[in-house]
Design a protein around this ligand. Sequence first.
Ligand code: ADP
Ligand code: MG
Length: 322
Amino acid sequence: DSLANQIAAGEVVQRPASAIKELLENSIDAGADEVTVIIKDAGKTMMQIMDNGKGMSETDARMSLERHATSKITKTEDLFSIRTMGFRGEALASIAAVSQMEIKTRQEGEELGTLIAVEASEIKKQEPVVCDKGTSICIKNLFYNVPARRNFLKSNGVEMKHIVEEFQRVALANPEVKFSLYQNDLETYSLPGGKLSQRIIGLFGKNYREQLASCSEEMAEVKIYGYIGKPEFARKTRGEQFFFVNNRFIKSNYLNHAVMNAFEGLLPDGSFPFYVLFIELDPVHVDINVHPTKTEIKFDDERTIYTLVRAAVKQALATHNI
Ligand code: ADP
Ligand code: MG
């Protein structure tokens, strides 16, 4: 069903950055604590992700390319308690439908790993291979067989910006994991595993060190934590504002408003505060299925979350005598 794969691919993979997002999330799901990303030509010619996670058996590796072949949901109830990132089992199959992909993977304790090469959903090669424990996935010539999509890609600058955005989100959500990012052979990010504050500094620069105020608020079953930037550190653009719900990056104008409300009267006109805020709550109270790319979310009780986010930010400002 390579046509079905190609259609599904359009939903999951819009550009190189969407592939990067899916692969990074898979590495995290696999329990990796070291992830390396290599990008050539903004992902248009090559993207490779290497992790030291649990790897796949030969059968798993083969299965991973089948649509809806997720190893992460085994019974229906699991749908309501999704803790892992991927859960639809579509990403690898979709990317493989529109690229030339090579998977190398080995599980701990296995002597040899598995290499699978696939082009436009067609398996070209499968053989045992000597490789490190973990998984390496290399994607070449994304959309080479879908010219309309390929032509639709933006400049390298724009595509790379989207990739860096996805990289930053995953890196923020997993500060204990070591990440590196190479762009055309140049290492542009080198992030040792550590605390969230160190991760923020590693990603955005040393000048953030003195500008962060920590947030922490807990009520009933909801927990908020993270950092805000001090008001005088606010930016002219919105770029550096991050919400994570159960470690998943989300966009929410509603919750952004809660932060802006807490900052009221403190920000220079037309400026936006830096923030990285994590919201933790029982997954039964959130619906993460509203959008295929999963950046939007629905809460059972939006207002409580709003109030709590605002309180957390106000509290952080007060604690720092702002
Ligand atoms: P999903 O993540 O939704 O399960 P994917 O298409 O992203 O679907 O991946 C399919 C399956 O391939 C996963 O369920 C997992 O078993 C396996 N897999 C993918 N990437 C990795 C990886 N980096 N390490 C280990 N297993 C992986
Ligand atoms: Mg996945």
